[in-house]
Design a protein around this ligand. Structure first.
Ligand code: DGT
Ligand code: MG
Ligand code: MG
Ligand code: MG
Ligand code: MG
Length: 269
């Protein structure tokens, strides 16, 4: 039927190739995860099982798909960075986005039991995706720093918010009121003086998110999660050595604290 009278419909397809020589970032975000977390009994504000499942799925995606050099995730989101020279699927944005989103989603279901058993998965989760191009390493680095700053702002807020509610006996409305107009230093102080919590001793994965990178080993490359995300099981999915062109990826992530200058509007859990 290739040359049939219907073939003209092909002409309605549009080009969507990413600009050449730019870093291609696909960011996924869980659909209605506030509700999903509630329905599945996620621990507030951080559920280690959920974060580890997300990291495991991301490692699977980085392992399986071509030319991915790095992934960074926090909360219900993960960003995947394709090498600027990639020519996978002729750099078509829709291919990048759908390959990442569908593989991540199916991995999330596939590996659910590994992290959540005996908690059952009650319905199919979904992730939205977007593609953003960054022309320089500076832009890419700032993008990752932005996502990490977002992690920091939200996590500090949520840590003190739930301390006030769970340990301080405040209602959620009272806790919200208490935190209005506070800056990071105030929140650290509340945590320390009222609850004996040193925020800097909270798990790294909660405070800074998870970075997945390729590590050079003698016989090739191996997938690794950074120390800033150590959560016991640094399982790259398949394990072992993976041959991939991904040199230089280690230098792209700023693992410093990234204190944000202003408080954003936090994503409340
Ligand atoms: P969306 O993305 O517009 O479809 O809507 P949501 O509900 O996914 O909102 P989003 O992505 O802005 O915020 C992520 C939600 O996921 C947030 O409301 C809290 C929830 N969440 C993420 N990680 C955890 C966790 O570790 N524990 C709990 N309890 N909730 C979490
Ligand atoms: Mg949202
Ligand atoms: Mg979401
Ligand atoms: Mg989100
Ligand atoms: Mg096909």
């Amino acid at each position: 039927m290739a040359l049939s009278r219907f073939a003209y419909t092909r002409g309605f397809e549009r080009e969507d190739a990413c600009l050449p020589d730019t870093w291609v970032v696909v960011r996924l975000d869980g659909r209605s995860f506030r509700k999903f977390a509630e329905d599945h009994g996620f621990v507030k504000p951080n559920d280690a099982r959920g974060l580890r499942l997300m990291a495991h799925c991301a490692a699977h995606v980085v392992t399986e798909l071509d030319d991915l050099i790095l992934a960074y995730g926090q909360s219900d989101e993960f960003s995947f960075v394709f090498h600027r020279k990639t020519n996978w699927f002729k750099r078509r944005a829709s291919k990048f986005m759908t390959q990442v989103a569908s593989l991540f989603s199916s991995a999330f279901v596939f590996y659910w039991d590994k992290f959540f058993a005996p908690e059952r998965l009650l319905y199919p989760p979904a992730f939205d995706g977007r593609v953003v191009l960054y022309p320089t390493e500076r832009h890419l680095r700032d993008y990752l720093s932005w996502r990490q700053a977002d992690c920091h702002i939200n996590n500090l807020y949520n840590t003190v918010f739930w301390a006030l509610v769970q340990n301080g006996g405040l209602t959620t409305t009272q806790a919200q009121e208490r935190l209005k107009l506070t800056v990071a230093a105030d929140k650290n102080e509340i945590l320390f003086s009222e609850f004996g919590i040193n925020y800097n001793k909270e798990p790294l994965q909660f405070r800074k998110g998870t970075t997945i990178i390729w590590e050079k080993v003698v016989s090739g490359h191996q997938l690794k999660e950074t120390e800033a995300a150590s959560h016991g099981e640094a399982d790259p999915g398949k394990g072992g050595v993976i041959e991939k062109e991904c040199s230089g990826s280690r230098d792209l992530v700023d693992r410093s604290a990234d204190e944000p200058t202003a408080e954003g509007s936090p994503e409340q859990r």
